[in-house]
Design a protein around this ligand. Structure first.
Ligand code: COA
Length: 390
């Protein structure tokens, strides 16, 4: 029985900063960001947007299509949750009126959390094929102003509907995975910005890629050339190029020409270039971009996914794109959302960045900005109050 991704939906903030504007302010050549990192814009969440509103908006599109009645599991993967105790998934559960007979949990392991959710959801559906699971990956990526990580910031969410006989991607059972205690990126409880040893994190990313690929190759007997396309975790899109070249080197095949890299990776990078890092959502934002934008019909072709979460946890796995998948994509919605965003000046970006959520026990009502279907209306006596706006 095939199990996998039945529908996929992506959401990002309605505001962005062009990295040319950031480069000008920081006195950096814009090509360092555009070419060197492969990033053009970063999505900036206004004060009434957070991982809950982004995740709920992404998931709403799926629930509107298939109904909520069979959803028995909601896994919310994030490192930017809104409460130390309560799952962000429970806010979404309420906003979407999901069934009370539903298991709802928040998962954390940096950018890997969504993949943990996906694998757990697949396991549930294998046991109960008539049931569905909702996996939401949502994050706001923040680094210190002026730090090397700043131009890779972003925010976004991806919702995956997991089912038997999926319409988009049947996920293969075999995977290579790897855990190791390293300090390449972390965020202590008292900080709102991540700490990162950026160069080291790219090295660990690549070494765990090789470890997990070797396992995957051993279990499946597959070669790199058996994979029609490769999706990678995208802290910045140039990382995918480094990753693919590393796999070619491992397989002792000649370094790919620019045209081959564009063919294998290009469509999967389209959205991330426009949003910046979306941490847990980033790999699946890349998957949505690939399915939405690849000029070739990928039906019946095998694609790979590499998930990396600092700290660290990594996984290499694959799936078969399902024939006829194109009619179930949300491509138009995704493109319109990205095209309709509002550009910020540097001053507006910094003001939003410096905005601090009130921490006292007063009644705070937030000014309305542009958001998706949901917004954070206010915080009253430490309770976050979300509002449906459509
Ligand atoms: N034109 C074109 N390219 C340029 C350039 C210019 N004017 N100036 C620099 N570059 C290139 C560099 O050569 C480099 O490319 P390379 O990696 O192929 O050598 C790239 O731009 C980045 O430059 P670098 O000097 O390495 O950037 P940095 O020291 O400011 O930081 C990161 C880069 C990735 C370490 C930093 O953005 C970071 O910490 N990011 C967050 C952590 C992260 O994303 N980790 C990844 C694993 S999850």
């Amino acid at each position: 029985m095939n199990v996998g991704i039945d529908l996929i939906s992506f959401q990002t903030a309605q505001y962005f900063l062009d990295l040319r504007t950031l480069a000008q302010t920081r006195g950096v050549d814009p090509e360092k960001y555009y070419q060197g990192l492969g990033q053009e814009k970063m999505a900036v969440p206004p004060p009434d947007e957070d991982s809950v509103t982004l995740g709920a908006s992404a998931a709403r599109v799926l629930v509107d299509q298939v109904g909520a009645q069979d959803i028995e599991l909601l896994l919310f993967g994030t490192e930017s949750g809104v409460d130390q105790s309560k799952s962000a998934g429970l806010f979404v559960h309420g906003l979407l009126n999901l069934p009370r007979r539903c298991r709802v949990i928040e998962l954390k392991e940096a950018c890997y959390a969504g993949t943990a959710g996906l694998q757990l959801a697949l396991a549930m559906v294998r046991l109960a094929p008539q049931k569905k699971a909702l996996v939401i990956c949502a994050d706001v990526a923040r680094y210190d102003l002026g730090s090397p990580g700043e131009p890779t910031q972003g925010c976004g969410a991806v919702a995956l509907l997991i089912s038997a006989q999926p319409r988009l991607l049947a996920v293969d059972a075999e995977a290579g995975f790897h855990a190791e205690n390293v300090m390449d990126f972390w965020r202590p409880n008292y900080r709102t910005e991540a700490l990162v040893d950026g160069k080291y994190s790219t090295l660990v990313y690549l070494s765990t890629l090789v470890q997990t690929w070797r396992q995957y190759r051993e279990f499946t007997g597959r070669k790199l050339t058996d994979l029609a396309r490769c999706c990678f975790h995208l802290p910045f899109t140039r990382m995918a190029e480094k990753a693919y070249i590393r796999l070619c080197r491992e397989e002792k095949i000649p370094e790919p020409a620019a045209e081959e890299i564009r063919h294998i990776l290009g469509p999967s990078l389209v959205y991330n270039r426009q949003t910046g890092n979306t941490y847990a959502a980033s790999l699946y934002e890349g998957l949505a971009a690939l399915l939405d934008n690849d000029p070739q019909d990928l039906g019946d072709r095998r694609i790979s996914l590499f998930s990396y979460g600092s700290g660290c946890m990594a996984e290499f796995f694959s799936g078969i794109v399902q024939p006829g998948y194109r009619q179930y994509l949300m491509a138009d919605r995704h493109r319109e959302m990205l095209a309709g965003r509002t550009e910020l000046t540097y001053r507006q970006y910094e003001d939003i960045f410096r905005y601090q959520v009130p921490e006292d026990d007063g009644d705070h009502v937030f000014a309305p900005y542009r958001t998706g279907y949901y917004r954070l209306q206010g915080i009253k006596k430490h309770v976050r109050c979300y509002q449906s706006i459509a």
